[in-house]
Structure formats: C-alpha cells, structure tokens
Design a protein around this ligand. Structure first.
Ligand SMILES: NC(=O)c1ccc[n+]([C@@H]2O[C@H](COP(=O)([O-])OP(=O)(O)OC[C@H]3O[C@@H](n4cnc5c(N)ncnc54)[C@H](O)[C@@H]3O)[C@@H](O)[C@H]2O)c1
Ligand SMILES: [Zn+2]
Length: 1608
C-alpha cells in the first residue's frame, strides 16, 4: 500500500482503476503525476466546490509536482453549479478556452465534482483533439457509485437529457469519501437511493448492513471534520462508521463496475441497475427539478417492488425491508410523501401520464414496458428486465382499487393471514432469550417487530437472519446474555409501544461489561415520550433495579442500569396495561432469585393477553404457576421458576385473528369455503370467536379444531340477520360483521330477536371503543353503507344494520376509507358481491396486511383492478366528516404566545375565516378537570398542571379537524415535551401560529384589564418570562402573526378593526392553502410591484393607497428599513422585531400581496453578503409572516437555497440574480446557468442585468422568448437608463417607483404610469372602450367613476354610454368589436343581456341579473368570450361587513322588486340564517321568497311595526322617497326597525342622498348608514377590478363622483 493513504482498489474492464478511501488528495496527485505524465493538467469544477476545495487541491498538485520533478501547468476552469452547465454552450466555452490556452493532445483533464461535472468533462475529453486522457474525482455520492463509473458521458439539449455524448473511459476514478462531509444531506440521500438499489439487486449482505446501520452510515457521511483533520486516511485511524460507509460504497461501486465489465455496451444485464428507474424516471420527468433523481428512484423502487409482489414473485417481507431501508436514509417511498405533494407539479402525477412517459423510455422494446423484477433482496427474477403488462403497473400506481365481484376461483381455500402482532413480539423476545436456533414463521413484519429485532441485536442478545426470502426469521438465541450498547448509542424505538414495554425489563437483565458502559438508554419519538410507563418502572425499581427518567416523569427516555433483576416478591399495578405484566413475566426466569409476581390495584386489565404470555412461555419450556385461593379461585399472583428458555426448532406465529375475519367473511358472503390454517378454538385472540359467534348464527357452516377454522357460506343471498349480538370480545371484527349484515335478510335464529327490531335487523353492541379508533368507525360504517342504500342506526355502544336483498343494493359506490385499514378490508368483502365498488385509498391496508390486495387476487381468486379517481373527487372526499370549508391541512391550527398577546381575539376571527370552530384550551382544561387553572394549581402543583395541559394538547392534535382553531395557554411551551409535540405537529404539516405583540403593549393591555382570578398570577417578573419564552414560541411555531392593537394612519377604531379582520382572513386562509392572494402572472396582462424604499414606512401609511395606484403588489425592501428612520449607510439588517412590526403595519393599509426582499450589498442592497445566518433568519421571517412573495438571492450557497425552498410553505419564491457589473451577457452562458438555478428554486424567475446600450434589451428579449416554453413567470430587466426599455417590455411584476417615494430602488426604475404609457406607445397595451347599457342613464356618474380610475392608473381606456332598453344590434356590435373592454348593465337589461353572453357566474344566476360584462380572451385560441357577473351583491356584502363585528347576521330587506334579490343573496352569503322580507304588496314578497331555497330562511312580514326578530342589517331596495319617517305619505318607517345593539342600514336608492332610512341610521346610536351612491361606488370598484385585474384607486374615484353628485 501507498504511504500516502490506504486505498481500496476495484477493477473495471480489466484495470484496477477505481481507488477508494478518505482524504486522498496527496495520493491522487501523486498517482496522476507519476503515472499520467503531461505538460498540462486541466481541472474542471464548479464554484461550489472551488470555494471549498480549490486551495487544498492546488497545494496538493504543487507539492506532488515538485516531488515528481514535473514542470506541468495546472489550469482550472470553473462553471456554475447545477444541471445547466451540462450543455453544448458550456462545452464550447471550455473547449475554446483550452484552445486559447494552447492545450495539446497530451493534456490530462480532471473532472472534480458531481455527475454534472463528470458527464460534461468526460464528453469534452472524448472529443477534444479526438480524445484525451481524463480522470474522474467524483464528489457526490451519486457520482461515486454511479455516474463516474462506466464511461458514459453526455450533455443535455433542449430536446432532453443526455442526448449527445460518447462512451469514454476515465484513466482513474478516485472516490474520496471525505468529500461527502460537505455535501448537503439531501444530496447524500440522493446517492443512497442508488446504493440501496444496487444492494437490493445484487448483494443481500450489503443490504442487511445498510438497513441495520443507517444511522452510523449517515453520520459518517455527514459529520464535518475539523479543518486539517485527515481522520480515516489510514485504515488504522478509521472510525467504525467510516469503515461501514466505505464498505457499502465500495460494494456498490463493485457491482456497477462488475456489470459494466461483463456487459460494456448495455445489452441485457446492465439493465438490472435500472431497478426502480422505469417508474422512477417517469416520476422524475414530472417532478424535476424540484425532486432529485435518487428521490424519484426511491419511490420507483418501492412501486416496482410492489409490481413484483403483485406478480407473486416477491414477498411482502422484502417490500417491507426495502421501504424501511429507504426511509432510514430519509428518502420518500410513496407518491403521497409530503415532500412530493407539496410540489404543484405533483398534481400532474396521474397514472395515465406516468404510463405515457414510460411508453417512450428508451429501454423498452416496442409498446411493452420493461421493469426489473426482484425475486428477493439481493436477487432479480430474471437476469434482465422483464416485460410487464400495463394493467399490472396501473394497479400498483392507482391510489384506488376496484374489486371485480365474483365467486372466489380458488375455493376451497386454505390460507394463513399475516401473523398476530402480540404473538410476534412475544415470540421474538422468547426466542432471543432462549437456547438454540428457532425458525419463526409467519412473523408479522411491521415497524414494531423491526424495532424489536434491531434492539435485541443491538444488545447482542441474539442473531437474526432470514430464510425463504424473508418468510422465515432464524433466531439464534443468546440464552439471556445481553450486553450494554456502546457508549452514546441509544436504543431508538420510534413509536413501537409493545417494544418499549417489553424492552424496559429486558434491559434490566443486561450484563455489566465495563464500568464505563453500565447503562442502557431507551428512547423513542415524540408520541412515545408521552406514553406512560410509570407503573412498570416503579415495580422494577422497588425490586432494586436502577431506572431513571431522562426527560418527563413516567415516560421514555429511560436510563436503565445493568444491575440485573434481584427477584423475589414484585408488586405491580396492573390496571393500566397488561403489557407491564407480560414484560416482567417474559424476563422473570432470568432474575437472580425466583420471582413471585403480585398484581395490585384491584381490576386487572386484558387478562387474555397475560394468559397468552404464560401459554407461550410454556411452549418455550418455562411453566408459570398461577396461585389459587382457599376456594380454588384464581389469584392475581404468579410464580415464575428460574431457568433458561429452550426454543422449539420452529415456531409458527398464529395469524392475526382480526385479519382472518375477511377471507372467512368472503366465504360466508359468496357461499364458498375457506380454511384459516393456524387459528382455532385454542387461540387466545378474542377475534378468533368471530366464526363461531357471528358467522355460524348467520347461517354458515363452521368447523373449528384447536388450531384451524373452516367456514362454508350458505348459498348466495341467504345470510341470516343477527338480531342481537354482543361483540365486546371482538370489537375490531364488527366492521366485517356489518358488511355481511348489509345483505343478511333471513330472520335471525330464535332467541336472538330484539323486540321491536325488524327481522332483517342486526344489532351489534359492546363496541363503544370503536368510536375512537383510526376514525369513528361506527359513523364511518354508517356513512359508507348508506352509499349502497343500506339503512343503519346507531346507539351509544353499537350500530344497527338493516339487511337488504343483494340485488337491491346500489352499485358503483365509492368508498372513502378514513385511512383505516379495517374499513378498506371490510368493504372489499362486500364488493366481492356488489359490482363496481371502488375502494378509494387502497394503501391504508398497509397497517396490518400490506399485500391484502395481492392475496385477494392470488390466494383467494378475486381480481382487483386499479382505478384512478378524478382529482376533485379524491380531494372532496378527503374530509367527508368535516363540515364547512374544506382545508388543505387535516390538522387543527394552534395559536401560541404570551397571555395578553390577543390569541382569543385573533383566534375567533381566524376560525371564522376558515369556517371552523374556535376553542380556548383553558376551557377544555376546566371542563376536563372541573377546576379553573388557578384552583387546579392550588390543589395540585404546576408540574401536574403542565402534564394535564400536555395530555389535552395531544388529544386535540389527534381529534380536531383542519379548520379548527385552538388557542393554547401562554405557558404551554414551558415543558420540553409540549414543545416537542408542537414541533412534531409542524413537521407533519400542521400550523402553529405565534401571536405576538411588543412586550410593553402586552403589559399595558394586561394592566388595562386588571388581573383576572381565573388565571394564575405571574410568580416572576413579566419581562423575564417573556424573554424566556420568546425563543420557544418561535421555535415551536410555523408562522408568526403580529397583532397591532392601536389604529394607524388616522384610522378610526372601527376601520382598524375592519382592517385587522381583513388581514386575519387573508393570513389564515393563506397559511391554510385556501387562497394565494397573488395575481395571475400567466395571463399575459402586465403586472408590477411598487418598491418601497422607506427606512420607516409609518409616516407614509396614509399615502399608501396613492403610492400603490396601479400596482399588483408591494415590495418591502427589508434591507432599507432602519429603526432610526434614516437610510442605512453600513451593511447590516434591522432587528426582526422591527421588521415584523413594519410588515404588519403595512398589511393594515393595503390589501396587495407583499414581496419580501432582503437585498444584499453584492446584489445592490444593504444586507451583508457574507452573513448567511442573518440573511436566512430574515428570509424565514418573511415566510413565517405569510408573505405572498419572498425574494431569494441566488448568490447564496446551495444549502441555504435548499433550506428556504423546503420551508417556503404557501409563499412563492422569487429567485433573483442581479448583475451590477455589466459582465453578464444575455446571450452568454452565465445567464443560462443563472436561469436554470433560478428556475430550480423559484416560482418566479428574476434576472436583472445592466444595459450598456439599448441593443442589450434586444438580447434580453430574445433570451426571454427562448425560455417562454418553460412556463415559469420570468421577470427580466436591465438596470440603467439604457435598460428602461426592458422595464416597459417586461410583463411580469415589473418593479416600479412612485414620484412620492424618497428614492428609486434601482437606477432606471420607472413609475407605473410611465411603464403603462410606454407599453401603450409600443402597441403592447391597446386602447379599449367600455360602456354603460340601460335606460335612462343620461345622469349616470358611472362614466366619471371609471374614467377617473383609468386616468389615475394611466390606462388608455375610455368609458362611455349607450342608452337603450333593448339588446339591439348596436349592443351586439359593441360587445363584439375588438376594442371592447367591458360594460356595466343597468335597468332594464340586466336579465335580457344574459342571452348574448357565453357564460354567467353562479352568483348572477341565482340573483337573476347581470350588471357587468367582462370579455376574457382564451389564452389558447385567442378568441374572446363574454362573461357576465354581478357586483351589486358584492358591494352590499362589503358595506355590511365593514359595519359589523363578525356577529351573527339577521337581515331585513324592504321591497320585493328587481334589486331585492341581490340584497337577499348578499345576506345569505354573509351567513344570515334568518332574513325578513317586507313589501307593501305582500304577495310579491311571497313569490320572491318562494323562488329562493328554504335554507335562506326568508320570512315574509306584512308590517314593519313589530318584527319577529331584531335585524342588524337593514337594506332598502325601494325608491328613495318611498319610505318616510313622518306618518303621512309613503311607507312609514318606525324607529324600532333600527333597534337592538346596532347594525348597518343600507339604502340602495341613489337619490335623495339622505333617504329616510339613512337619516334614521345616522340618528340612531350604534347604527351605520350606507348611502346608495356609496353602493354605486363599491360595485363600480369591483367592476373596475374585473376588467383591469388591478385594484381600483378607490379614494380618487369616489372623490370625483361625490363632487359631481353633490353638485347636481
Ligand atoms: N454518466 C452516467 O452514467 C450517469 C449516471 C447517473 C447520473 N448521471 C448524471 O449525473 C448528474 C447528477 O449528478 P449529481 O447528483 O452528482 O449532481 P451535481 O453534479 O449537480 O451535484 C449536486 C450539487 O452538489 C454540489 N456538490 C457536489 N459535490 C459537493 C461536495 N463534496 N460538497 C458540497 N457540495 C457539493 C454541486 O455543486 C451541485 O450543486 C445528472 O446530470 C445525471 O444525468 C450520469
Ligand atoms: Zn439512477
């Protein structure tokens, strides 16, 4: 070996040219310089890598060149990181540069980087001077194990990836694993997918290493070493994890090299490495570049393994192992992984689309698709890819399944269902502690058992291996000898409850090996850390074992001393869990003296499970004696003799009896025969009684031996109803019984009838616990059975099902499974006789029977097909039990923050915005404990309070719906357990909002309300508490809401409240994915944002409407903000608290979306360009504050960009790159690289250059046009005076300024008006004409209203009138002319006009009137369509909302003419449940009321004198002089109409200005008046927005109208 490093060499194509190790740079350059002598060495790398390694590389070259006496040149060329560099243009650039540098044929090129660099450099080497030598130095894991090995080189073209290239073998491949330590973790996982894949097809022993050492391997790949460290260079100083990493990586390289060697030109064998790639590539084609190759392959591996499983060539065990292994490396394993579903493109992952992409895979021959089928871990079914039919792939890819109903073709069937979980876990412990080799068959392969095996192996208690492709586990027992794990190694148990309980006692009998490692630590995930284990720990501690809690009391993590178990008398409280009892029983024989176990606490829970443990111990040779009392009654005292278990040679794990009910029920329902071969009358599982106690009375023939059960069903359609049946001992089987009962129509057996129940009724009771399983199963069964037309009823602890003849059941039901395996399998039974039933979420069976659908087909003989659900269908059925708005998130929303921060105020408004409920956790606490918080604390203590509080939190997380808003107590973050719960909630996609306010404001607020008795007082200084909790609140939350208490910018308290309400609505709907609040950037309509350049925006708030005229968004330049209000002069950023406050302030004065930009010095701003922490913190604030757009500069390292992209939530990223140097050319390669990078990270791409001349704008336009097909909105402009043209041309979010701003944000920036008039002059913004149709309209102020708006913004539009009472030819001509921009429609044409339109909104249809015509141009055909809408009702709603405080609405509408319909509709949309309607002629009112649906709750009243309810919104639709306050003329308006606690009175009459209703409202306390002219303005604003897509400049439009109106 070399004295420079220890390397492992692998041969490829006959040469030992692959060298692997750690810290190889000196070795690499020594080898190259001495064996590949040359005059010139050229190193190609990317800028990420050069920043990290170039100085080390240069030093290593120079040192070794000196030693070797070489005078060679060392030239370096850097490209931009990313796939963009793999193109012909960059290849050309490098070649030209090499020619300039006079490189000749003897040049050696070194590729230093990932696959991109390797492929590009290899191709250059292959063609430069007809081929020169080259060396691969891969730096990503993917490159080491895949792309660098095999000689494939290529570049991409716009037609596709890798289309131009060559085979060219490198002289060396140096895999230096130390480079992996700087690789982002996601890239490590990316490569791991290939490593796992290779082991799966070729090396089962490597696979075993990979699956059991994931932590160590990941650690070795990611642990950064201190600078200068060369740890691992020599074998002697390699850490254990490093050796493992080297072993699996070289193992993988070896396989690839071997396959390449025997099959260099890709015939059959080489295709094996495509395992996972056929489906994986199709997924990648849709999700690239957001998902990486390896991530897509990981999902592909599982799906292709499922294809093999379905074809019957691969066992479920193998699929389970693959799944767990990939998950262990943090890779996605299904298309429903949140990392995938979060990507917008994932909506295109339809089955047809994927199959279509696979069709053109170059590895296919003809139309048939080829997939590499695994036959077991480490081996493929054929030595090549196999042809697989489409329907098989379709079945795997589909989320839903349909069962082809029919008689099971395999009857009579004999089968075993998956093993019981309880028995599997016990068998593992017994065999591990026992003597001899035990072959355990039918073990359940679940997370639980995997955790148990890993832990026992870690304790060196036993050895596990697999036989029959994993169907048999071979356990080599350790006879009870166990060793403390290495120091620092914890036994991680996830959420495996049984494993935690059993292992707690197992760890007490571990042997002490050395004094330094005498303790074992067991821990689990956050949920596990909530699950109690106290009674067991108490019992063991009393017996002298040393156990201590490391975090919360009574829960894991636990530190357990290796002191052995003393034995003797142990007392255990057994009323909580029988698993404590079993845990002690199982380990008891290994105590120092014989154990007498006494169960205390009265009632013993789940005795059958204790009996199960004792029975199994007897099978392993230890007989437990249960003591009897004087009268022979059984006592809860057990004697366990000392001894060692003797394992039987084989142990068959009994099937899970609940699973067995499904095949037995299929026999029952189809009239066939099924035998379950390993469950019989001796079974200790309650559900084993299902055959005898449910199926037999239904008319089945049941034969049960001690170990087997056979059921033969009666002829089809002849099942008996059950009458009354107690299913308490087998509650899980009630779903199976229910589907049978659905078609059981014969009368029940004598003695089972229930009085008063119809003969076809089955009344199942004793199943109350089923309401709190995966879902409320009783409710679920009722809802789903109803889809078949089956009637049901329910009572406290049960369900009643009324059977129906089979042929009367409805066909074609689509079953929602509530993510509950038992619902899915039960309905599979029913669908075997009811045609066309669809089971919507077939994957939910994975919990207990992952290959259920395959078994149904292969073992029972009932075919299953995949069906693809319609997108909408799937999403609407996702929350059938939630009422109201459906939210994208299933999890409830939590509010945290200091008491006094306004959680209740905000929470109420949030719940209303989401259409859900609001809960104050304090109320739940009081309800549960029957005590107020302070009383509870007084009677108990704080710790106990926190414990109960946490329990409530965990319950609410599990139970509440997605639109439920819950305010938590201020101190909830005080315990680490609760913080962990909240963090987990956020991690799993939940929303936790930190409601905040400045400290002084909270204190002031609390003082103002005085201290309330219901909450405990602060024991310590308030500001100290605030300081302690603030970072916790921040860390546990996903979002931050800054609560502004005081009105701003001269707003009144009511206006302020209205603004807060609007912002709450926006904020909470935005973070719940219900709205984006962003303009449509793909419409082609030019958009812009105003760049705010204030240091403090507060002085400008009152002006904000004017400043933002015509803008589609507002940019907050965070780096320009400064607390002292002066423009910054040194690099840095203001405090996040200041920014948060500024942002929330801005929100209250503008409804426009915010662009949150932090511009660094290098990119033209004031933030430091080197302080990535400060930058990231600030960008995060933007994301957490729910900004619609967040700017992300591409100058930062990949890891930062990745992090932001991952956390972006609902925000859109504007990925930006600014070139201030003028060096970037729009036709050069840098801009292409930057574009690719921006497109990777951004939802909007923003590239800003600097124009040297006007011509540069042409190059820009061409570049933009070339990227059009990519589809991402692209903001491209040039700075400087010469660049102004580009600002006019750019259609996407052009940054604009305003004359009233202190400075322009960038040189050359134009105002919005300048941009628009520029566009107009260039023909990009043609003039348009707008009209008012109706009669009489001569006096209308609408033209003034809209023309003022158009002029203010700078749009070349004109609004005129056409007076007519017919939709005549002129109207037709106007609306079809090309310059038609839109029209307002008034009396008498509002109904008639509909005939001329292509579409009419639903609102307008219900109201029966169109007042707005909007031409829309079809983006594809370019044809114009006319759409009709109604903005009257929107104006009424808006006016009412502004005057109400979110209270329940009761409406009164006066008048039953045409306009009343808009008023009624608006009230209904406001949530009014009761609407009073008055008209002088009651009959007219009656007929209006009749025409609305009953749910509108309209009551016709004949007099205004006494009202049946007090309205808070009163709307008059009668002419302005009809109502009168004085008796005499007109309809008298009694003062009592405006009573109660106040409200809003709206008069739709336009004249007089102050009608009777308006006058009365102005005089009445608590009432707000809205005049007809105000409604006219509001409806006009909405029209303006529909026509222009821009916010109406309301203040100016209204001012103009009022002036004119009051003049007349
Ligand atoms: N030739 C083949 O047989 C073959 C096989 C598989 C893939 N490929 C090709 O490989 C390419 C993908 O390769 P990749 O996954 O290595 O991506 P990559 O080359 O783009 O590298 C990923 C990222 O990690 C950075 N990086 C690389 N090494 C680093 C290190 N040690 N520390 C910090 N950062 C580091 C890079 O700058 C880059 O940003 C694709 O173009 C693909 O087509 C080729
Ligand atoms: Zn691959």
């Amino acid at each position: 070996m070399s004295d420079l490093a220890d390397v492992l060499k692998i041969s490829i194509l006959g040469n030992e040219s692959i060298h692997c190790g750690f810290h190889l740079l000196p070795y690499i350059f020594h080898t190259i310089l001495t064996t590949l002598p040359s005059s010139t060495y050229v190193l190609i790398t990317d800028t990420n890598l050069s920043r990290l390694y170039l100085s080390d590389i240069t030093a290593a070259f120079e040192e070794n060149a000196k030693k070797a006496g070489s005078k060679a040149r060392f030239l370096v060329h850097e490209v931009q990181p990313g796939e963009g560099a793999k193109c012909r243009k960059v290849k050309e650039e490098i070649e030209d540069w090499m020619l300039d540098e006079k490189c000749t044929r003897d040049t050696v090129i070194l590729a230093f980087g990932g696959g991109v660099i390797g492929d590009l450099t290899g191709f250059i080497a292959a063609t430069f001077m007809r081929g020169v030598k080259f060396v691969q130095i891969p730096t990503t894991l993917l490159a080491m194990v895949d792309s660098a090995v095999g000689g494939k080189t290529a570049v991409d073209t716009p037609h596709g990836k890798n289309l131009i290239g060559a085979f060219w073998q490198p002289a060396y491949i140096f895999a230096d694993l130390a480079f992996l330590t700087t690789l982002p973790p996601r890239e490590v996982s990316n490569g791991m997918a290939e490593v796992v894949k290779t082991a799966a097809i070729w090396k089962d022993d490597d696979f075993a290493l990979l699956e059991s050492n994931a932590d160590a391997i990941s650690t070795a790949a990611s642990t950064r070493l201190s600078a200068g460290s060369t740890l691992g260079r020599f074998e002697s100083d390699r850490t254990e994890p490093q050796s493992l990493l080297l072993r699996v990586v070289t193992g993988s390289i070896y396989v690839k090299a071997h396959i390449v060697t025997i099959d260099e030109r890709e015939t059959g064998l080489r295709n094996l490495v495509n395992f996972g790639h056929t489906i994986g590539h199709a997924i990648e084609a849709v999700l690239t570049p957001q998902m990486l190759h390896g991530e897509c392959v990981s999902v592909g591996i599982i799906l292709e393994a499922e294809v093999a499983r379905q074809l019957g060539v691969l066992s479920q065990v193998a699929v389970g192992r693959l799944t767990r292994a990939l998950k262990a490396y943090n890779l996605p394993v299904s298309l429903s992984d949140p990392r995938i579903t979060a990507i917008p493109a994932s909506s295109q992952l339809s089955v047809d689309r994927l199959l279509d992409i696979m069709k053109i895979d170059k590895k296919n021959s003809g139309p048939a698709k080829k997939i590499v089928l695994l036959s077991r871990v480490g081996k493929t079914y054929e030595e090549k890819a196999s042809v697989v039919q489409d329907d098989v792939i379709r079945k795997v890819l589909c989320e839903a399944a349909t069962v082809i109903s029919g008689i099971p073709t395999k009857s009579p069937i004999t089968m075993a269902t998956p093993g019981s979980k309880s028995i599997s876990n016990r068998a593992l412990v017994l065999a591990a502690l026992g003597k001899g080799v035990c072959r355990v068959r039918n073990l359940l392969h679940s997370d639980d058992t995997a955790v148990m095996m890993n832990a026992l192996a870690e304790l060196k208690g036993a050895k596990f291996s697999w036989e029959d492709g994993g169907d048999t586990i071979v356990v080599e027992g350790g006879e009870g000898s166990l060793t403390v794990p290495e120091k620092g190694r914890h036994l991680y148990l996830g959420n495996a409850g049984t494993a935690a309980r059993f292992l707690t006692t197992v760890c007490t009998i571990v042997n002490r090996t050395s004094p330094s490692t005498s303790n074992t630590i067991i821990t689990g995930n956050a949920r596990m850390k909530q699950r109690p284990i106290g009674p067991l720990v108490d019992a063991l501690s009393e017996n002298g074992a040393s156990l201590s809690y490391l975090e919360g009391a009574n829960c894991l993590p636990l530190e357990i001393g290796a002191n052995g178990l003393r034995g003797g008398h142990i007392r255990l409280a057994a009323s909580v869990s029988s698993q404590y009892v079993s845990s002690i029983l199982l380990c008891a024989p290994y105590a120092q003296s014989e154990i007498k176990l006494e169960l205390t606490g009265g009632q013993v829970i789940s005795q059958p499970y204790i009996d199960m443990t004792i029975a199994m111990m007897a099978e392993f040779g230890i007989d437990v004696v249960r003591q009897k009392g004087a009268n022979g009654e059984l006592l809860d005292v057990y004697n366990i003799p000392k001894g060692v278990y003797t394992s039987p040679a084989t142990y068959n794990v009994e099937s899970d009896a609940s699973s067995a009910t499904y095949p037995l029920a299929i026999a029952a329902i189809t009239g066939t025969t099924c035998t379950i071969s390993n469950i019989g009358s001796s079974s200790l599982q309650g559900d084993a009684r299902f055959a005898k106690e449910v199926l037999e009375p239904m008319g089945c023939q049941v034969e049960q031996t001690a170990t087997a059960t056979t059921v033969t069903g009666p002829p089809l359609g002849q099942l008996r109803a059950l009458g009354n049946v107690d299913m308490e001992p087998m509650t899980d089987a009630f779903l199976t019984a229910s589907v049978l009962a659905a078609i059981a129509t014969l009368p029940p057996l004598a003695g089972r009838e229930v009085e008063g129940l119809k003969k076809e009724g089955s009344r199942i009771y004793g199943i109350a616990n089923q309401r709190v399983k995966e879902c409320n199963r009783i409710k679920a069964m009722r809802e789903e059975l109803a889809k078949f037309g089956v009637e049901t009823d329910e009572f406290d602890d049960g369900i009643i099902i009324f059977g129906k003849p089979l042929d009367q059941l409805k066909r074609g039901a689509s079953i929602h499974c509530y993510d509950d395996h038992r619902v899915a399998m039960a309905f599979a039974v029913l669908s075997s006789v009811v045609e066309k039933t669809v089971i919507e979420e077939k994957r939910c069976v994975e919990k207990t029977w992952p290959n259920f659908w395959d078994d149904l087909q292969n073992k029972i003989g009932i075919n299953v097909e995949g069906v693809e659900l319609e997108q909408n269908h799937a999403s609407t059925s996702a929350h059938p039990m939630s009422n109201g708005t459906s939210s994208t998130s299933q999890h409830p929303l939590f509010l945290i923050g200091m008491r006094g921060a306004g959680k209740t105020y905000i929470g109420r408004m949030a719940a209303q915005a989401l259409g859900g409920e609001f809960t104050d956790a304090d109320d739940v606490f009081a309800e549960r404990t029957k005590l107020s918080v302070s009383d509870f604390v007084a009677q108990n203590d704080w710790a106990e309070f926190r414990r109960v509080e946490r329990e409530i939190l965990a319950d609410m997380m599990a139970e509440k719906q997605g639109n439920h808003v819950i305010a938590l107590g201020g101190g909830v973050v005080e315990t680490p357990e609760a913080r962990e719960l909240l963090s987990q909630h956020v991690k799993s996609g939940g929303r936790v909002v930190y409601v905040t306010r400045e400290l002084e404001e909270i204190e002031g607020y609390l003082d103002s309300i005085g201290s309330t008795a219901t909450r405990p007082k602060w024991g310590e200084d308030f500001s100290a508490v605030f300081a302690r909790r603030s970072p916790w609140y921040a860390a546990c939350s996903s979002h931050e809401f800054y609560n502004t208490l005081e009105p701003l910018a001269g707003q009144s308290q009511a206006e302020h409240h209205h603004a807060m309400r609007a912002e709450c609505e926006r904020f909470f709907r935005f973070i719940s994915g219900l709205i984006t609040n962003r303009p449509d950037l793909s419409s082609g309509r030019p958009t812009s944002f105003l760049s705010l350049t204030f240091a403090d925006i507060r002085p400008a708030l009152a002006q904000m409407e004017e400043l933002t005229e015509g803008a589609d968004a507002v940019e907050l330049r965070v780096d320009l903000l400064s607390k002292d209000g002066k423009a910054p002069s040194t690099p840095g950023l203001p405090s996040p608290a200041y920014v948060a406050k500024q942002l929330s302030t801005l929100r209250l004065v503008t409804p426009l979306p915010i662009v949150f930009s932090v511009r660094t010095k290098e990119q033209g701003g004031w933030a430091s360009s080197t302080d990535d922490k400060a930058y990231l913190e600030m960008v995060r604030l933007g994301l957490r504050s729910a900004c619609e757009y967040v700017d992300l500069e591409m100058a930062w390292p990949g890891a930062l960009l990745e992090a932001v992209q991952k956390e972006k939530g609902g925000s859109a990223i504007i990925a930006s790159w600014h070139d201030w140097t003028g060096k970037m050319k729009w036709d050069g390669s840098l801009v292409s690289d930057k574009y690719a990078q921006c497109a990777k990270y951004g939802d909007v791409v923003k590239i800003v250059g600097t124009a040297q001349s006007v011509v540069d704008n042409m190059a820009l336009a061409q570049f933009v046009a070339s990227k059009e097909a990519n589809g991402k909105p692209f903001l491209a402009i040039n700075m400087g005076g010469h660049g102004q043209l580009s600002r006019i041309l750019n259609p996407v979010l052009t940054p604009v300024t305003h004359s009233a701003l202190p400075s322009r944000a960038a040189p050359g920036q134009l105002t919005n008006r300048e941009v628009l008039s520029g566009r107009h002059l260039m023909g990009l913004l043609p003039a348009k004409k707008f009209y008012l149709f109706g009669k009489p309209i001569a006096q209308s102020v609408s033209p003034l209203l809209h023309n003022t708006g158009f002029t203010t913004i700078g749009l070349p539009y004109e609004y005129g009138r056409y007076e007519t009472d017919q939709t005549d030819d002129e109207v037709r001509r106007i609306i079809s002319s090309p310059d038609f921009g839109g029209a307002s429609v008034t009396i008498p044409l509002k109904l008639q006009i509909m005939d001329l339109l292509d579409s009419v909104s639903d609102d307008a249809k219900v109201i029966g009137a169109v007042n707005t015509i909007i031409p829309t141009s079809d983006s594809v055909g370019g044809t114009t369509k006319l759409h009709g809408d109604n903005t009257d009702w929107q104006a009424i709603r808006e006016a009412a909302q502004a005057g109400l405080a979110g209270t329940q609405v009761t409406g009164l509408v006066i008048g039953a003419g045409g306009t009343c319909r808009a008023a009624i509709y608006a009230l209904h949309q406001l949530g009014a449940t009761s609407i009073l309607l008055f008209n002088r002629t009651t009959a007219n009112a009656e007929s209006v009321a009749q025409s609305f649906p009953a749910e509108y709750g309209i009551t016709v009243i004949s007099s205004l004198d006494t009202l049946p309810a007090q309205p808070n919104v009163v709307i008059s639709t009668v002419p302005g002089d009809s109502l009168s306050l004085s008796s005499g003329s007109g309809i008298p308006l009694p003062k009592t109409v405006l009573g109660g606690h106040g409200g809003v009175a709206i008069d739709l009459a336009y004249r007089p200005h102050k009608t009777a209703l308006v006058q009365l409202a102005e005089e009445t306390e608590g009432w707000t008046a809205v005049t007809g002219v105000e409604i006219l303005c509001l409806q006009g604003f909405r029209q303006f927005e529909l026509w222009t897509g821009k916010k109406a400049p309301g203040r100016k439009m209204r001012e103009a109208v009022m002036q004119e109106y009051l003049k007349a």
